[in-house]
Design a binder for this molecule. Structure first.
Ligand code: SF4
Length: 325
């Protein structure tokens, strides 16, 4: 049994509309399904506004799905509430993009960690302090940080504290929402390595959200690509990067700089991402896809297994063949 099973998840928001006008909705997540195994890291990539953060937040119940199911260890947490949700929260945590924004500037580090420790563990103060020091050590900081305030740390150190806070509940599953995007390039690698290290030691499963495919490839065993609220490709990382099957993945990959600092044959997509307020019929990518055919404008392709390629899924009527790449 997979640790996390997501089935046909939809998240929609009501949009403010004038009186007597027809209610409109913003479709942020459109029928996403996938599984995450125990101890696995899956990367989730896509342009900003594609719904990846909303999906991550829905998985840890910071957003309310309007339909679909989220099963964690076989337990349905889609609509869990009150005591049941509080108890289940022990199993999942989130690491945010902005470590400064996610830490209360008025709370010293111990208090920030203890908010989570005390919630899940009835223990005397001295024991909780010991646990807090242990967590800081796990993320490469020392116990003297416990009495200091967030503004006394660098961005990278604050993100380490954010990670320690997420680990305080011994979660089975962490959503890391662009955890390195707000950091200097020089510290990004150390945070990615830290997460990888923690994942290997603790067996925690991670959904790693980023817009940088190179970062995601480094840490993930599989990658999911999202476009306009839908997953358009899911594949083992190496296969995805070496031979994209979906035209959108191909375009994303073409924007990743080569080791020499250039771009290898960048594919420039026409236009902008369509509005999630008025989803177009057919394939969500058809207005920008260089391979679009008539059928693509009429019918939305489902995410289907790619023939002959184990563990690979693609939502395209004609997945790219090697000859096209
Ligand atoms: Fe392009 Fe058509 Fe495939 Fe959509 S279904 S990605 S429009 S080729």
């Amino acid at each position: 049994m997979a640790l996390l099973e997501v089935k046909g998840l939809f998240v929609r928001y009501k949009v403010r509309t004038p009186l007597f006008a027809k209610q409109r909705y913003l479709s942020a997540v459109n029928g996403v399904s996938f599984t995450l195994e125990k101890g696995e890291t899956v990367g989730l990539v896509g342009e900003s506004g594609c719904g990846k953060s909303t999906l991550g937040r829905a998985l840890v119940r910071l957003e309310e799905p309007c339909s679909g199911r989220i099963l964690l260890n076989g337990r349905d947490l889609t609509h869990a509430k009150g005591k049941e949700l509080k108890e289940m929260r022990r199993s999942f945590q989130m690491i945010f993009q902005d470590p400064y924004g996610s830490l209360n500037p008025r709370l010293p580090v111990f208090a920030a960690l203890d908010e989570v420790i005390a919630l899940h563990r009835k223990a005397p103060l001295a024991v909780r302090k010991e646990r807090a020091a242990e967590l800081l050590e796990m993320v490469g900081l020392t116990a003297d940080a416990l009495n200091r305030y967030p503004h006394q740390f660098s961005g990278g150190q604050r993100q380490r504290i954010g990670i320690a806070r997420a680990l305080a509940a011994d979660p089975d599953f962490i959503v890391a929402d662009e955890p390195v995007s707000a950091l200097d390039v020089s510290v990004q690698a150390s945070i990615v390595n830290l997460l990888q290290d923690i994942q290997q030691k603790s067996g925690t499963s991670i959904l790693f959200i980023a817009h940088d495919l190179a970062v995601v490839e480094h840490i993930s065993s599989r990658i999911m690509v999202m476009y306009l609220g839908s997953v358009v490709e899911l594949a083992p990382s190496r296969q995805m990067v070496s031979s994209p099957r979906h035209p959108y993945t191909e375009a994303l990959l073409s924007a990743v700089p080569t080791p020499e600092g250039g771009l290898s044959g960048r594919i420039r997509l026409n236009g902008d991402v369509p509005s999630p307020l008025a989803l177009v019929a057919g394939c969500p990518f058809h207005e920008r896809c260089p391979y679009a055919k008539e059928r693509c404008r009429r019918e939305k392709p489902p995410l289907l297994p790619v023939e002959g390629e184990e563990g690979r899924w693609c939502a395209c009527w004609e997945p790219l063949s090697r000859a096209q790449r």
